[in-house]
Ligand binder design. Structure first.
Ligand SMILES: CC(=O)N[C@H](C=O)[C@@H](O)[C@H](O)[C@H](O)CO
Ligand SMILES: CC(=O)C(=O)O
Length: 303
């Protein structure tokens, strides 16, 4: 799946489908790929990340999911990025090696978040060991300080990183510090891809020069977000705002009800018709009340 094309546009952070009794459900991934491509116009995926409950899966499950996405995505998807981050360095390295061996188009990693790196050098040292297990494919840093608690600024991290990690290719930036994001764009736009990860703020990040976006909502709001990207590319800011406001209307509504990975699974199930199943503990399934309200809100969106 090694793809010569630079990653751009939308990337769906994939959900991990599960059976009602909580096992990973590989049997619907082929259908999932077709849905993303045909119904949402999304041809890149980010597997086993936050939305995919990657850190709640066993290493074996993560490998099986990675294989299934690469296999089913063949000749259909442009990029299959596998998130290999873990708390244990050997585990992250094993997953990185595996992703490269099965033909993934790239790997990504978060900072370990139990024992945390306290400065840039230790974070780079950790990431370098992971990336070096997959020397033939791009490595992306997954910056998500609200969940990892690792707040090392990306602007600082990127300075000189290519010398330390030759496969370094970009960042998935899931934070609202647009100053940090803008500095990354200013200093590295030619060299790295800067992918924004807070879907409800994407238009602001496009204004700062984002190369693309990775997020959970592109699973079911990919089409509208693609139209926003198109409007932005044509410099039609008014139309681009309308799309951001439209998807924001939905997200603002569900945030008030309580929204996370479990609810994302429910929304994707009713939007795509593909059963995503329950989340894994400690997450709990979305309530029937949530599903009914979210469904009605989704159906009411105009545009
Ligand atoms: C914390 C989290 O899951 N962030 C996702 C990606 O990083 C986003 O795609 C959000 O799910 C999305 O922006 C909705 O808040
Ligand atoms: C949103 C995202 O990229 C993730 O779920 O990892």
């Amino acid at each position: 799946m090694a793809s010569p094309k630079r990653l751009q546009g939308l990337t769906a952070a994939t959900i991990t489908p599960m059976t009602p009794d909580g096992e990973i459900n590989l049997s619907v991934i082929g259908q999932y790929v077709d849905y993303l491509v045909k119904e949402q116009g999304v041809k890149n995926v980010f597997v086993n990340g936050t939305t995919g409950e990657g850190l709640a899966l066993s290493t074996q499950e993560r490998k099986q999911l990675a294989e299934e996405w690469v296999t089913k995505g063949k000749n259909k998807l442009d990029h299959v990025i596998i998130h290999v981050g873990a708390l244990s360095l050997p585990e992250a390295k094993e997953l990185a090696k595996h992703a490269a061996a099965i033909g993934a188009s790239g790997i990504a990693g978060i900072a370990p978040f139990f024992f945390k790196p306290t400065n840039k050098d230790t974070l780079v040292a950790f990431l370098r060991e992971v990336a070096s297990e997959a020397p033939g494919i791009p490595f992306y840093y997954y910056h998500i300080p609200p969940l990892t608690g690792v707040k090392i600024r990306v602007e600082e991290l990127l300075d000189g990183i290519k010398e330390q990690i030759p496969t370094f290719q970009g960042v998935k930036f899931s934070d609202t510090d647009l100053l940090d994001f803008a500095q990354c764009v200013k200093n590295h736009k030619e060299q790295f891809v800067l992918l924004y990860g807070v879907d409800e703020h994407l238009l602001s990040a496009l204004a700062m020069g984002a190369s693309g976006a990775v997020g959970s909502t592109y699973n079911y709001l990919g089409k509208k977000n693609n139209l926003m990207l198109e409007a932005f590319a044509k410099k039609d800011l008014t139309l681009a705002q309308q799309y951001q406001f439209c998807t924001g209307e939905f997200l603002s509504f569900v945030f008030k009800l309580g929204f996370g990975v479990a609810q994302t699974k429910a929304v994707m199930t009713f939007t795509s018709g593909i059963p995503m199943g329950p989340p894994r503990l400690p997450l709990l399934s979305a309530s029937v009340d949530f599903i009914e309200k979210a469904k009605a809100k989704m159906a009411s969106l105009i545009l």
